[in-house]
Ligand binder design. Structure first.
Ligand SMILES: *Cc1c(COP(=O)(O)O)cnc(C)c1O
Length: 433
């Protein structure tokens, strides 16, 4: 944010319509995290020593030249990927989980809450909470709780308490269950429940694994390493790609490179790859919207499909979120980042090719970045020109094999959202100027 000429608009209070300050966030988040959230002046924020010590378990993560994939595509492009799947929990989420648990502990808190969709964030935070001696309650979207039992057992193994959401343990959950007893849950509902519990428990704060500015900040460790590693490889990317849920791994890999574009006018393209069935950046609008379904959060300026939007038929659970973080939203508005949307079947085709060429089963989320990178490499081949492509492999898919099974059995489909569906969910929101 310090490097942006047009800063993102601040979140606003839904009642008073006043801008939110860092202090307004103190009841919800650890104070240092709230300060980071609103910090628009410091271009560098030091990573605490205790956080670095835990990073050392798996960082720096490898930057890999995808020779196998290049060969399979017969492309003149050079393809690199940053391999965040080597973290102990299998995804980039641990980068922010460790930082958030650290700041909560530093403030003297004893408990934290969160929500998780596919279970990646919950797994990462469970490990981080245990490392810093915090008690963690995770609200897990009900459909994932039942469909992805292994992620639940991973969280429980790390010592977290996992609750299927919607649950009867909160007012938000009870309200939804009363109206619709069979509701299978959504990330928005789970957020409402985790926020409610945090606000009602002494010495307890809420944490979030994506969307917010401080999460993007923590994830920039990915791009900062990649920047140095590309230099060691003697190359510089023409295009940097990340898959896009709320924006944390995308921001992590791209913001350090974007800084060259903002400050030095470097000619580099930054591309977000999102699912065609949850296309907030490509087909959503920049509006003030709630971060959660029940409307407990401030109104955040974001490219959004509306907080009541629930994407259908998608296996990349981590990309289901309805909106984009406010930094990326402003950058998108100002033309500094591009976005592409990818059909589900194309992501699995790309994932299969990548697995066969590189020996890594990618997370269904990461496969969106792979598909976008393959499109770039094919374009380079068409043009007969070298192009250096860097994408983030945000996680591995070893716990997502049910989705691969369905793809192999031919049971997966594409899903196209109609303009009417999108317009319906945006009704009543106000535009960001
Ligand atoms: C959570 C997750 C994502 C999506 O979240 P972002 O905040 O957009 O990065 C992508 N890939 C993996 C492996 C995830 O776990």
């Amino acid at each position: 944010m310090a490097d942006m000429k047009n800063k993102p608009q601040p979140p606003i209070h839904p009642g008073t319509k006043e801008p939110i300050t860092a202090k307004d966030f103190y009841p919800l988040f650890a104070e240092k995290l709230a300060d980071q959230e609103m910090n628009q002046t410091d271009p560098w924020i030091e990573i605490p020593e205790e956080v670095r010590d835990l990073y050392k378990i798996y960082r720096p993560t490898p930057l890999v030249r995808a020779y196998g994939l290049e060969k399979a595509l017969d492309t003149p492009a050079h393809i690199y990927f940053k391999n965040e799947s080597v973290s102990p929990v299998g995804s980039h989420k641990l980068n922010s989980a460790i930082a958030q648990a650290y700041y909560c502990k530093e403030q003297g808190l004893t408990n934290i809450t969160t929500e998780t969709g596919a279970g990646q964030w919950g797994a990462a935070l469970s490990y981080a909470a245990k490392a810093f001696g915090l008690e963690l309650a995770v609200y897990m979207v009900k459909i994932s709780y039942h469909q992805k039992p292994y992620r639940r057992s991973i969280m429980q193994t790390f010592g977290a308490q996992v609750i299927a959401s919607p649950s009867m343990s909160t007012k938000a959950g009870r309200q939804i269950l009363t109206e619709n007893p069979n509701y299978q849950g959504s990330l928005g509902t789970a957020i409402s429940e985790a926020v409610e519990l945090a606000l009602q428990t002494p010495n307890c704060k809420y944490t979030l694994g994506s969307v917010l500015n401080h999460v993007m900040l923590h994830q920039t460790v990915i791009g900062l390493e990649a920047e140095k590693q590309m230099e060691m490889a003697g190359e510089y990317p023409d295009v940097v790609i990340g898959c896009f849920g709320g924006g944390s791994n995308f921001s992590g890999i791209s913001f350090p490179f974007l800084r060259h574009k903002l400050n030095e006018g470097k000619d580099i393209r930054i591309v977000a790859a999102e699912p065609a069935c949850c296309p907030k950046l490509t087909r959503g609008q920049l509006m003030y919207d709630f971060g959660d379904e029940a409307g407990y959060t401030p109104l955040i300026p974001m490219y959004t499909l509306g907080h009541s939007f629930a994407p259908a038929h998608i296996h990349a659970g981590g990309l289901r979120y309805h909106g984009a973080g406010s930094i990326v939203s402003q950058l998108r508005k100002d033309g500094f980042v591009e976005a592409v949307d990818i059909e589900q079947l194309d992501t699995f085709e790309a994932a299969t090719l990548f697995a066969q060429a590189e020996g890594i089963i990618p997370a269904p989320e990461s496969s969106h970045a792979i598909a976008a990178a393959i499109n770039e490499a094919n374009q380079a081949k068409l043009e007969g020109k070298q192009r250096t492509i860097l994408f983030n492999l945000s996680g591995h898919g070893l716990i997502d094999m049910t989705a691969y099974d369905q793809y192999i059995a031919g049971d997966l489909t594409n899903y196209q959202l109609s303009d009417e569906e999108i317009a319906k969910n945006l009704e009543g929101l106000s535009k960001v100027n």
